[in-house]
Design a protein around this ligand. Structure first.
Ligand code: ADP
Ligand code: MG
Length: 272
């Protein structure tokens, strides 16, 4: 059964999509069966994985959720899952997803609709990565209800860390009362400019505010214009320029994530 990892931060522009797509790409390159659910109406993950015009897509994650709400049969996954050349299966999204919050109000068990869908594809994959939208609300509660873990990309700027406390509040309530599996894998600092005063200050602030409460990945992703340039070629930075410092850092981050998973697994079965 897949591990479901949500890439979440209620602030926009902090590197959620860059992290979600690159993580999915690298897991797939390592031979893991990996799917990515684009759960943002902007459809940026879908675009990075090759969709030219998201509004021409016939079936998106929004269509699927509407069918679940209306208790209609789901389409065959073969009719909407995009099979990319790099091996990642993408469940795409477009601007219709902006109506989700409204569509979910008055629905019974509205926090569990995404879980219902994820349960139908979970046995096909080892990892399901969810690229989240930049607002808290019922759609994000849905993500927290079905995820096994959360990664929180945080841009190395002071304002980017402000949404973290709110996210943690929701995390504590949901992990305590509803989804006991849910963990925070860690805060990932993105768009870092090493050796600057700003970077040092943000790092100190994150350490002071969150160390001991939430894991913080040792790896930080440096800022590189090539990350944005890769999008023009519908690629992640690791495919576009594997030797770029941001690509190397993303590979190190995946190593760190997988080694933490391994350590957790050993702890659970009482070894090592
Ligand atoms: N490490 C990085 N260095 C430079 N630009 C980056 C980096 N990571 C992401 N970007 C760019 O910053 C913008 C916001 O990143 P994105 O991943 O889309 O954030 P979010 O999904 O949180 O809104 C995009 O244009 C993206 O290409
Ligand atoms: Mg995004």
């Amino acid at each position: 059964m897949a591990k479901v990892i949500a890439i979440m931060n209620e602030k926009g522009g902090v590197g959620k999509t860059a992290t979600a797509t690159t993580l999915a790409y690298l897991l797939s390159q390592r031979g893991h069966r990996t799917a990515l659910i684009d759960f943002d109406g902007q459809g940026h993950s879908s675009i990075i994985f090759g969709v030219k015009n998201t509004n021409k897509l016939e079936i998106t994650i929004n269509t699927i959720i509407r069918k679940l709400i209306e208790d209609e049969p789901l389409p065959d996954p073969g009719s909407y899952i995009l099979k990319t050349n790099c091996g990642v299966d993408v469940i795409p999204s477009n601007s219709q997803l902006f109506t989700l919050e409204r569509n979910l109000c008055n629905v019974d068990f509205r926090e569990r609709v995404l879980s219902q869908y994820v349960d139908t594809i979970k046995d096909r994959y080892e990892y399901i990565i969810i690229d989240c939208m930049p607002q808290m609300g019922t759609p994000m509660i849905n993500v927290m209800m079905c995820a096994d873990s959360i990664i929180v990309p945080t841009q190395a700027e002071l304002l980017s860390t402000q949404g973290l406390a709110e996210l943690l509040k929701h995390y504590h309530v949901i992990s305590k009362n509803s989804n006991h599996r849910l963990r925070i894998d860690g805060i990932l600092i993105t768009m870092d400019s090493p050796n600057t005063i700003l970077s040092a200050q943000v790092n100190q602030m994150i350490q002071q505010g969150f160390a001991g409460k939430v894991p913080i990945f040792e790896t930080r992703i440096p800022r590189s214009i090539k990350v944005a340039e890769a999008v023009l070629y519908h690629q992640t930075i690791c495919e576009f320029l594997p030797e770029n410092p941001a690509a190397i850092a993303y590979s190190q981050f995946v190593e760190e994530l997988l080694s933490c998973e391994e350590a957790d697994g050993k702890e659970l079965i009482g070894v090592g």
